[in-house]
Design a protein. Structure first.
Length: 70
């Protein structure tokens, strides 16, 4: 599930780039924790999102541990 959420976030990022690639305001991304029913959002500027993804870091809402598929 986390991989699907990460893909949705990549698409949000792609759409944001089309709107304004240099936008410094916070965009809402989905929490990638993978917990069933999680609907938390993570607000990040595009540059910070890019930095986290380059570092291969999952976007997690505060207090949300990453759930790994068994």
């Amino acid at each position: 599930m986390s991989k699907l959420l990460a893909e949705v976030n990549r698409r949000i990022r792609g759409l944001a780039a089309k709107v304004d690639p240099h936008d410094s305001s916070a965009w809402e991304f989905l929490c990638e924790c993978g917990r069933e029913g999680c609907s938390e959002r993570v607000g990040l500027p595009l540059a910070l999102y890019d930095d986290l993804k380059r570092a291969d870091v999952e976007l997690l809402a505060p207090g949300h541990p990453l759930r790994r598929s068994a």
